[in-house]
Design a protein around this ligand. Structure first.
Ligand code: MN
Length: 197
């Protein structure tokens, strides 16, 4: 049987996010790390009931079952695809309902940028910072390792990957330099608005 899960194409060229994220970082992050999660999941689900489910269903079911191997790889596939879509060199600024909610719930765009970077910087070890729409409000949260808001934490609008592999080539140990540069220059507000609906 053909492997059921695919590595989605990047939504930009690998030079488009430079100098904030270099082509070299993208080539490792996407073609090695993201691809490895796809390859691992396809091996793990072969001949199991997971092979017939959507990626989102695999995440939900493996979380319920406590199947860490399947969950970690499936959630990391989803989180990375969401991260690529959260980035753009031409991401615009929040407008309309999204801008109003950022003002109302998060103290405005400048405050959001500061707090989103801090969330990424203070995630101990590997993980993710998220802008979420939850219970009618926007909030900033962080998750560890492969954990994802899909398992009940609200609707994600944007994410930043703060695993070391996301920044080490460009920033070495300076995670705050990476998060600040991404938050200031690369967030895709068109994608966030689509997710808000
Ligand atoms: Mn990553």
């Amino acid at each position: 049987m053909a492997a059921p899960f695919q590595l989605p194409a990047l939504p930009f060229a690998d030079t488009d996010l430079a100098p904030v994220i270099s082509a070299e970082t993208l080539s490792f992050h996407y073609a090695k790390h993201h691809k490895a999660y796809v390859d691992n999941l396809n091996k793990l689900v072969e001949g199991t009931r997971f092979a017939d489910l959507s990626l989102e269903e695999v995440i939900e079911e493996s979380a319920k079952d406590g199947n860490a191997g399947v969950f970690n790889n499936a959630a990391q596939i989803w989180n990375h695809t969401f991260y690529w879509n959260s980035l753009s060199a031409d991401g615009g600024v929040p407008s309309g309902k999204l801008a109003e909610m950022i003002d109302r719930d998060l103290g405005g765009l400048k405050q959001f940028q500061k707090d989103f970077a801090v969330a990424g910087n203070t995630q101990f070890g590997s993980g993710w910072a998220w802008l979420l729409h939850k219970d009618g409000k926007l909030s900033i949260e962080k998750t560890a390792n492969a954990e994802t808001p899909l398992t009940g934490g609200g609707t994600p609008l944007l994410t930043i990957d703060v695993w070391e592999h996301a920044y080490y080539i460009d920033y070495q140990n300076r995670r705050p330099a990476y998060t600040e540069a991404v938050v200031t220059n690369l967030l895709n507000w068109h994608f966030a608005a689509e997710n808000l609906g």
